[in-house]
Design a protein around this ligand. Structure first.
Ligand SMILES: Nc1ncnc2c1ncn2[C@@H]1O[C@H](COP(=O)(O)OP(=O)(O)OP(=O)(O)O)[C@@H](O)[C@H]1O
Ligand SMILES: [Mg+2]
Length: 338
C-alpha cells in the first residue's frame, strides 16, 4: 500500500493510510524504553492480549499518548485515532445519516407504456469507531474524557458485549455490528480537575483497566531528553534536575513537565550551547521556558520565578561541578595508588 504521509512523532512513526481513516504506527528510534516504561508496556499488552481495553491515566507530560502509540504499534494492526472533544456527539464516533439518495427508473421499453419507479434511500456514513470495530483496528482514544460522557455511550456495548449498536438507518439496514475479534482499545485521560475535562461515567471506567502513570523516574527523563534532542548526558542531567526541582515548588506540582526539559535540550543543541551557569543561551532559554510554568508564585505583586530559576540553576550546576571534581579527584587517587 502506498503511503500518503509519514511522520515521526517521537512516540511512533505514523503513516496515514490512503483514505485517511486509519494510520499505521511503528516504533520510533526516539522512543525510550527504560525498564519502567517496558514494564508498563508489558502490563498493557497482557491486558490487551486477553481482550481488555487499557486506560493510561495521569497528569500532563507523563507519557500517556506516547505509550499508547508504542503499545498500539506492538499490536501490529492499523490504528484508528480519535481525540476527545467537548463538541462530540455520539454520531462523531459511530456515524450518521448524511442525507438521502434518490433514484428514479424510467422504463419506456414499450413505447405506449411508461413505467417510473422512485426510490429514496438514507445515506449512512460510518465514523471512526464503526470503522475500527468493523476492521479490527486498534482504537486510540486520546484524552477521551474531554468528550461529554454521553458521547461515549456507544463504547459500553462495544467493550462488554462486543457489539456496536447502530441506529437502524445504517445503509445496509443492520442495527448491530459484531465487533471484529482483533479490535482493541487504548484510552488516555488527564485528571478530572483539569480544565475542559469531564467526569467519566462509572460504567465506562468499570470496563477499562486503568494504569496510573506517575512521573517519570530521573533516569527515564534523562534518556528521553537525550533521545529527543541529542544533548550530552551531562547537560541532560543538569536540565532534568533543574526542571524536577522547580516542579516541586510551583503552584502546579506537575509542571514544568518533560516537555520543558526537551525544549531546553533542543535549543541548547541547536545553538551549540551548554547547560552551564555562565552560558547566556542556557540562562535565557531556562527563563523563557520555565517562567510561564509557575509564574503565579508571587510576593508583593512580584513574580518570584526569575529569582527562583537563577537560584535553582546555581545550585544544580554547582552540585554537578562539585560531583565532577570529587569523581576526578577519586580517579586520580586510584591511579596514584595503582
Ligand atoms: N518513552 C518515551 N520515549 C521518548 N519520548 C517520550 C517518551 N515518553 C514521553 N516522551 C516525550 O515526552 C513528551 C510528553 O509525552 P506525551 O505527549 O506522551 O505525554 P502525555 O501524558 O500524553 O501528555 P498530555 O497529558 O499533555 O497529553 C512528548 O514530547 C513525548 O515525545
Ligand atoms: Mg497526551
Amino acid at each position: 500500500m502506498e503511503d500518503t504521509a509519514s511522520k515521526d512523532f517521537g512516540n511512533a512513526v505514523v503513516r496515514v493510510q490512503p483514505g485517511g481513516d486509519s494510520i499505521e504506527a511503528e516504533a520510533s528510534d526516539q522512543f525510550v524504553a527504560t525498564p519502567r516504561i517496558q514494564a508498563l508496556a508489558e502490563r498493557a499488552l497482557a491486558y490487551l492480549d486477553v481482550g481488555y481495553a487499557v486506560h493510561f491515566a495521569g497528569t500532563a507530560g507523563t507519557g500517556k499518548t506516547t505509550l499508547a502509540f508504542h503499545v498500539a504499534s506492538r499490536l501490529g494492526r492499523p490504528v484508528t485515532l480519535v481525540h476527545g472533544d467537548d463538541e462530540f456527539g455520539s454520531s462523531d464516533l459511530v456515524g450518521k445519516d448524511a442525507g438521502y439518495r434518490k433514484s428514479k427508473l424510467v422504463d419506456n421499453y414499450i413505447h405506449s407504456v411508461l413505467k417510473t419507479e422512485e426510490n429514496m434511500n438514507t445515506l449512512w456514513v460510518d465514523n471512526r469507531l464503526t470503522t475500527a470495530c468493523a476492521n479490527g483496528n486498534t482504537l486510540i482514544y486520546d484524552e477521551f474524557n474531554r468528550s461529554r460522557p454521553e458521547a461515549n455511550n456507544a463504547l459500553l456495548s462495544v467493550l462488554e458485549e462486543k457489539v456496536l449498536n447502530l441506529p437502524s438507518l445504517r445503509q445496509n439496514g443492520e442495527g448491530y455490528l459484531q465487533v471484529h475479534p482483533d479490535f482493541r482499545a487504548i484510552f488516555t485521560s488527564n485528571p478530572e480537575e483539569y480544565a475542559g475535562v469531564h467526569k467519566t461515567q462509572d460504567a465506562l471506567m468499570d470496563r477499562l483497566i486503568t494504569i496510573q502513570m506517575g512521573n517519570f523516574d530521573r533516569e527515564t527523563e534523562i534518556e528521553i531528553a537525550i533521545a529527543q534532542s541529542g544533548v550530552s548526558r551531562r547537560d541532560a542531567e543538569i536540565i532534568v534536575d533543574i526542571v524536577n526541582e522547580l516542579r516541586g515548588t510551583g503552584v502546579n506540582n506537575h509542571r514544568p513537565t518533560i516537555r520543558a526539559t526537551i525544549a531546553i535540550a533542543k535549543i541548547l543543541v541547536h545553538r551549540h550551547a551548554r547547560a552551564a551557569i555562565d552560558d547566556p543561551v542556557f540562562q535565557w532559554v531556562c527563563h523563557d521556558v520555565l517562567t510561564t510554568e509557575t509564574a503565579k508564585v508571587t510576593c508583593d505583586g512580584q513574580s518570584l520565578m526569575p529569582h527562583k530559576i537563577d537560584e535553582t540553576i546555581a545550585r544544580v550546576c554547582g552540585a554537578q561541578l562539585k560531583a565532577r571534581r570529587n569523581s576526578s579527584r577519586l580517579s586520580l587517587a586510584t591511579k596514584g595508588k595503582g
